[in-house]
Design a protein around this ligand. Structure first.
Ligand code: AGP
Length: 592
């Protein structure tokens, strides 16, 4: 996923564009570029960060129009030539893009026949030229867009301007997010509202197939049929889209520290005056469903594993799938299956693929997401927002806890089990206790394991689900190979990996499996493992590393996950790595 920003009619577009790119670089940080018009189209771009780009652009930029892009390389290596913005062959179109063009090879061959040649390897450069090719025939950009749109297959948010009219920015969108920010005497565009919040709180979120243009006075939108349409602006909750680091050194630490308020905000949103506040139709459909299917990717898939168990607790049959697997082997047992998709960003391509199949089969569906206005939020039958505030750090933390918290409440609401809310409040105290008392100890463990090549997590039942998430967090930001092993599976193979000094981190918070886990600890210790145990008070022993207050064990992923998040954070910090923007990753994976 990439980040796009644009401004027209703005007093100092440079300030907005660079601030915007900085805010959006969690979407992709392989390379960045800007373009503006001043006696012709001026483009500055290079591999590396937005900060680096700022060092190569002129100090003073006098212009009325500017676009910018921060890239996560999909088609074409992260080179300078493949960096956006892209300029068309005859230098009439300058364009930035977020998304993936599936039929770019065919379009490329078509243009080569028309005498075009290309300087890079990207799908985006092809589109800049396709637009130019038809624009040179009609001289009318809107008519050109109407001709070009049906020719393009894939996902896209395009923003471009022409050398003939450097007072207008053109936009078109399908599957990738694009938002217009309405100003007085200026207009802005961006991949999401966050870069624009300091300049306006009036937004137009484009729907799939819509296109149009903005100039300093107007924002003109055409619907997917090509007819002019009026869209009412919406405003956003500043707090929830603010990228303010609030004095923290990293977004990941800030977002872990925000876990208690995330849990509290969810309880206050979905449980008021002693009553659950879920859509009655949603609860009815869930209650009538004879099988619930949980689908997600990465951390969100891990939340679905826990969610499935919560619904089974109330007699529902459930299954859990990784989205990219389900997309190619869609199974939906039962006469009345119901699909619950989970996605922090609401833009993950694998899930958008699943949604296409879900709609083809008329399956009832719900998206649980942290991003209002996202593709999945807009296109699913039901949508529940996590209200966690923007999660900037690529490693998802507060959103995971929010997903599990919301799933616990939704499952409880099916049978009006209000004890879930009491249990969540009790877990909240455990999180506070961890934040107030255990960070120094976690830092010490982090220092002991930071140079290890392999680290294992061990747990059973909910503690196994937590181990999966803990292991993913460590992997993605510390680059240490890590695996989560179900305690009962140890002797069926993985124990062969245990050798002297290997760290094994063990969660024991489930009374039913605690004794068996103590056995597993002895097994790995006898092979030389260095064991770190996290246990609840009732189940703890003096030799344990961390003993946390007791809570309802089915909420391990709410109460104890902060320990796993802090550990991953402190290991990455101790290794001097880029905690918020780990290598090769992006906050949302918008390519399959
Ligand atoms: C989690 O830390 C990772 N960033 C990644 O696994 C993420 O959970 C996955 O890509 C799913 O993203 P989503 O929740 O936005 O769909």
């Amino acid at each position: 996923m990439c980040g796009i920003v644009g401004a027209v009619g703005f007093i100092s577009p440079k300030e907005y564009v660079f601030k915007g790119l900085k805010m959006l670089d969690y979407r992709g940080y392989d390379s960045a570029g800007v373009a503006y018009f001043n006696e012709g189209i001026q483009i500055y771009k290079d591999v590396g960060s937005v900060e680096h780009l700022l060092t190569i652009v002129p100090e003073k930029i006098d212009t009325n129009i500017m676009i910018g892009h921060t890239r996560w390389a999909t088609h074409g290596a992260p080179t300078k030539l493949n960096t956006h913005p892209h300029l068309s062959f005859h230098k009439r179109i300058c364009l930035v893009h977020n998304g993936v063009i599936e039929n770019f090879k065919e379009l490329r061959s078509f243009l080569i026949e028309k005498g075009y040649s290309f300087y890079g390897e990207t799908d985006t450069e092809i589109i800049a030229n396709l637009i130019e090719y038809y624009y040179l025939q009609s001289g009318d950009v809107i008519e050109t867009i109407k001709v070009v749109k049906p020719l393009i297959k894939g996902s896209y948010a395009f923003v471009f301007f022409t050398s003939d009219d450097p007072n207008t920015l053109y936009v078109l969108k399908k599957a990738s997010p694009l938002v217009i920010g309405l100003g007085k005497g200026f207009n802005l565009v961006a991949s999401d509202a966050s870069p624009m919040i300091d300049y306006t709180n009036e937004f137009i979120e484009l729907d799939d197939g819509e296109f149009g243009y903005v100039n300093k006075e107007d924002a003109v939108i055409f619907n997917k049929k090509g007819q002019k349409t009026i869209k009412d602006p919406i405003s956003k909750d500043v707090e929830l889209i603010s990228h303010d680091l609030k004095g923290y050194p990293h977004y990941m630490l800030k977002e872990i520290e925000e876990i208690p308020q995330t849990i509290k905000r969810l309880i206050s949103c979905y449980f008021q005056k002693g009553k659950y506040q879920f859509d009655k139709e949603l609860l009815k459909d869930l209650n009538e469903s004879d099988h619930i299917i949980f689908i997600g990717c990465g951390t969100s898939y891990h939340a679905g594993l826990v969610g499935g168990r919560y619904f089974e607790k109330y007699g529902k049959s459930a299954s859990r799938f990784i989205a990219s697997e389900w997309a190619f082997h869609p199974t939906y047992p039962g006469k009345k299956p119901f699909i619950i998709m989970i996605s922090q960003s609401g833009e993950t391509a694998d899930l958008i693929h699943c949604l296409t199949i879900i709609k083809e089969h008329n399956l009832k569906n719900l998206i649980i997401t942290n991003t209002g206005g996202s593709t999945l939020d807009r296109n699913c039958m039901y949508s529940l927002l996590l209200h966690s505030g923007v999660e900037v750090s690529v490693a998802s933390t507060k959103a995971y806890v929010a997903q599990v918290t919301l799933l616990a409440m939704l499952a409880g609401a099916l049978v009006n089990d209000k004890k879930v809310v009491d249990d969540l409040r009790e877990s909240l105290d455990v999180v506070y206790d961890i934040q107030d008392h255990y960070k120094p100890l976690i830092m010490k463990v982090a220092d002991e394991i930071k140079d290890k090549k392999n680290i294992f997590y061990l747990g059973r039942s909910f503690d196994y689900f937590l181990s999966l998430e803990a292991s993913l967090k460590l992997k993605e930001i510390s680059y240490i190979h890590s695996e989560a092993i179900p305690g009962g599976e140890l002797k069926h193979g993985p124990i062969a990996l245990i050798e002297k000094g290997i760290p094994v981190i063990v969660f024991i918070t489930d009374p039913d499996t605690a004794a068996s886990m103590r056995g597993n600890i002895e097994e790995v210790k006898s092979r030389g493992a260095k064991v770190y145990t996290i246990a609840t008070k009732k189940l703890s022993r003096p030799e344990d590393t961390i003993m946390v207050e007791d809570y309802a064990y089915y909420l391990s992923s709410v109460a104890v996950s902060p320990i796993a998040f802090y550990l991953a954070y402190y290991v990455a910090l101790a290794k001097g790595l880029n905690v918020d923007k780990p290598r090769n990753l992006a906050k949302s994976v918008t390519v399959e």
